[in-house]
Design a protein. Structure first.
Length: 202
């Protein structure tokens, strides 16, 4: 198929230019990757798969994806099967099960840190250093931010609950167990690695 014929499907000239640069003048039917890439550019759905990592590594395609993320009402408009946790660190956008959730800035950074290591305990000291920069004594009983970290967990859960109410049904205890606390040790995002996707600022 000639790429310039794709205008008939509603692709704008910028999209066509990107595809021509990547694939030349023609698009072979077997180039499934190309089809999926122009689907995302045209507002169609794409599958979260190895193809997605190709899109995320292409600066032009990633920029277009980010532009669309900022006003999407449901991530399923862009991704056929979105992960449970989807975050864009540059724009501070957070999606839970496809729905955009507005998080306070500190809560976003707290959750982003946990999402970098899903199913792994993140030590309290690491959370301290991430959220509160500067010299601090973390040893002994001097843990000035334990209450604040607990508050971030509580606020995250409350904000997610507020964002999904009336839109999707959460299983009993689903949100209460989303962030696991290991007393005196740290916190863990209780979601599998395959269910987390983070767009980094770069």
């Amino acid at each position: 198929m000639r790429i310039d014929l794709l205008e008939a499907f509603g692709l704008d000239t910028n999209v066509i230019a990107i595809l021509k640069q990547k694939y030349g003048e023609t698009l072979l039917p077997i180039q499934e990757r190309a089809f999926k890439e122009y689907q995302i550019l045209n507002g169609g759905n794409f599958l979260l798969s190895a193809v997605t990592s190709d899109i995320l590594q292409d600066k032009a395609l990633l920029a277009i994806l980010r532009t669309r993320l900022s006003d999407v009402k449901d991530l399923r408009e862009l991704i056929t099967d979105p992960p449970a946790i989807f975050m864009d660190e540059r724009q501070q956008l957070f999606f839970y099960r496809g729905l955009p959730i507005k998080l306070q800035q500190a809560s976003f950074h707290y959750l982003a840190l946990l999402a970098e290591k899903p199913k792994q305990i993140v030590a309290r000291d690491e959370i301290y250093r991430h959220l509160w920069h500067g010299p601090m004594n973390y040893d002994g009983s001097n843990k000035p931010y334990d209450r604040q970290i607990s508050d971030h967990k509580r606020r995250c859960i409350a904000q997610i609950k507020k964002g999904i109410v009336g839109k999707i049904a959460a299983a009993p205890g689903e949100l209460e167990t989303l962030i696991f606390t290991r007393p005196k040790v740290g916190y863990m995002l209780n979601v599998g690695k395959e269910e987390v996707l983070i767009l980094t600022p770069q």
